[in-house]
Design a protein around this ligand. Structure first.
Ligand SMILES: Cc1ncc(COP(=O)(O)O)c(C=O)c1O
Length: 347
């Protein structure tokens, strides 16, 4: 077992041991190889460098209470990767190959798999990049698919902590009818600059509006949006947001907990009516928001409006219940009634 302080793990590109790699060339994938070199060789003209032909997935594996190792909803990640690869005109591994390479990555890095009970997990990062050397703007069936991993903490520590978000009036995340609903690297490139300004001002997250009219809430820079009103879980219906697997899971858990779910356009004005608001994604499950400010220009001081949610930095009861239920299923402490866990044989 690696010498890691599991309790203080953050969410970083921790260097583990094994990366599992396959190449697509001449119409087929090579037999996946486990390598410990942590480096790839690319032609300088490779698509990925010039035209951002790159996409990825993110999922977690957990050491459960009974000692078994479970990947959480990998079928959803395999399907989303296929959808994204189609959008980029790339070849994509089959779901079975996707699972096998994720499993091989876990097995090749067993000493980095956090033990049960500390809130930590193994984050798997499947990556698909275009390799073909070219100048023309045409898809080409040549790619590398690699699965790497890193042990990660519970992101915000043992307990949910609320944080602040800002709506930047001078930045958009996704163009109407653009690439916003696909997990492509390029969607994240244009968030680095606004994130830098947001973080400098103490905001943990950016909340983006729909870019055509700026009247509706889309999503955060790294997670989907949900709001709680009474017994309702409300989340935006928009074709510019990433179809979050955590959001889908939360919607089911909300129903299981006797809540109602509404997936529909969420007008900006409605922010004033939510009792709880959060971001949701694999890394965090839930990031509760204490407040969301509107800034016409992110780099300037003016805040035109501030929406407050749970007072005193408390985390709302519904967000807490949803979070606890998902974490309990992931840790094998609550029955996996929907069959979300896929178990990995340690070999
Ligand atoms: C922009 C964006 N939205 C939403 C999510 C949440 O998706 P998931 O729940 O599948 O991790 C992510 C990723 O984690 C993301 O990057």
């Amino acid at each position: 077992m690696a010498q890691i302080d599991w309790k203080t793990l953050g969410f970083d590109a921790y260097r583990t041991r094994t990366v599992v790699v396959s190449h697509f060339k001449d119409g087929k994938w090579s037999t996946p190889e486990s390598t410990e070199t942590f480096s790839f060789t690319f032609d300088p003209f490779a698509q990925v460098f010039h035209y951002a032909i790159s996409c990825f997935e993110g999922l977690k594996a957990f050491r459960q209470k009974d000692g078994r190792i479970a990947m959480f909803r990998p079928d959803q990640n395999a399907a989303r990767l296929q959808r994204t690869a189609d959008y980029l005109g790339m070849p994509c591994p089959s779901p079975e190959m996707f699972y096998q390479m994720c499993e091989a990555c876990i097995r090749g890095n067993m000493e980095f798999l956090p033990p049960y009970g500390l809130g930590a997990s193994m984050y798997l990062r499947p990556l698909l990049v275009g390799m073909h050397p070219q100048m023309q703007l045409v898809p080409y069936p040549e790619a590398v698919f690699a699965v790497m991993c890193a042990p990660v903490g519970s992101y915000y520590g043992a307990h949910l902590k609320s944080c602040a978000a800002v709506i930047p009036g001078n930045y958009d995340r996704a163009a109407p009818k653009g690439s916003g609903s696909y997990k492509i690297g390029a969607n994240y490139a244009n968030t680095f600059k606004p994130y830098k300004f947001a973080h400098e001002q103490g905001y943990a997250e950016l909340l983006y509006l729909n870019s055509s009219t700026r009247e509706f809430v889309d999503e955060f820079g790294s997670s989907n949006f949900f709001g709680i009103k009474g017994n309702k879980y409300i989340t935006p219906l928009s074709d510019s947001v990433l179809p979050s697997i955590t959001n889908k899971t939360l919607q089911q858990v909300a129903i299981d907990l006797g809540m109602e779910v509404e997936k529909r356009p969420v007008p900006l004005e409605e922010l004033a009516t939510f009792e709880e608001v959060g971001g949701c994604g694999t890394a965090v499950v839930i990031t509760p928001l204490s407040h969301i400010d509107i800034k016409p220009v992110l780099e300037e001081a003016e805040v035109t409006r501030s929406f407050r949610f749970c007072p005193d930095g408390e985390v709302g009861p519904k967000s807490t219940a949803l979070y606890k239920r998902i974490r309990a299923i992931q840790d094998g402490e609550f029955p996996d009634e929907h069959g979300w866990c896929r178990f990995v044989e340690a070999e």
